[in-house]
Design a protein around this ligand. Sequence first.
Ligand code: ASP
Length: 401
Amino acid sequence: MAFSRRDFLTTAVVGSLSLGLESQEQKQQDSRKAQTRTLAGKRPIIVSSANGYNYLDDAYNFLRGGGDTLDAALRVVKGPEDDPNDHSVGLGGLPNEEGVVELDACCMHGPSRRAGAVGGIRNIKNPSQVVKAVMEHTGHVFLVGDGAERFAVAQGFPRETLLTDYSRKVWLLWKETHSDWWGPGLADPNWKKRFPAGKSQKDEWQIRMKRMKEVAAQLGIAPEQRATAIREVIFPPTGTIHCSALNDRGDISGCTTTSGLAWKLPGRVGDSPIIGAGCYADQDVGSAGATGSGEENIKVAGAHTIIENMRKGMSPLEAGTDALKRIVRNYNGDRDRLKFIDMTYYILRKDGVYAGVSLWEGYASEPGKPHRIAIHDGSKRAEKTVNLFPGLSQEWPPTPA
Ligand code: ASP
């Protein structure tokens, strides 16, 4: 799942849903029946990506006390946005290739059938709060870049430095080891040919790793953070938080917020702020959101597809699985390419039935940490998502083992 690489979860996962291809369909049906049986009608309820887990209690109590569904969802996503140690969202989110943090977010408020979104906003820590302001204080839905920032400042949001000491150093590590003109040049007395002739690709990687460790130390990255930093450089992490909230009257809202793909091109916007891709809520049907490979999700309008599927009668699990299959279809089922795509959907139907579905079980770089959906419906828990394919997605770009 595309969420902060930190593991926020403290609860054990109930049961393994790891699926073999041959029995996958049957197990999905069983799982669907189980979900429908145990959860139909359980309201209020909040679901989120796993990095929302720590913030569910406060939001659930707020919702149960009569709080608005969008405000409840915003309470959840604000947690990771404010957390400098979550490198996927808000403050501390990893920057673009120029070292600038650009954030994306959107929200939908079911009861009033309104929406707000910002794309590529800089210097504002909580884009999820800004999208609510866009929704409430403009006649527009979507503001981007400089205009979004100026609007936020006009609304009273402070301009803040979103790069932390750590994220700045990891960006420098990426610049020095992954681009041509940063780092010591030919004239440096310690210059060494990076990849001596006659070496295998494996040798070259060992040399590159050694250099990255040296540069990480020179940059002052703490020893215990160096492995994470190097992994974030080699495999540009994605990460996002989505949250949907449903109250006992059947009001439903959703929000998604992210710093997007690390080291992205300036101006790149993923799926998270796109109404209908990263998030969609319809008061008549339910709410859905996404984390993962944004470019792929945009092409299938994932969240909207899921809501429309449910409107036609599919269960949350069926609706999400169908959206995943559309991504698979876009690659003609070619798993050699699909293995580099990661996608998780978080789905909440108006009657309280929910599902978390993923293309793969988890990331290859994080074995043993499957994708999860966090839930609070009176009891807080995190459950493994139902994966379409067995196995783990590979990090992009491809690297030798
Ligand atoms: N979907 C986000 C994006 O593409 C990233 C993620 O969820 O991991 O920007």
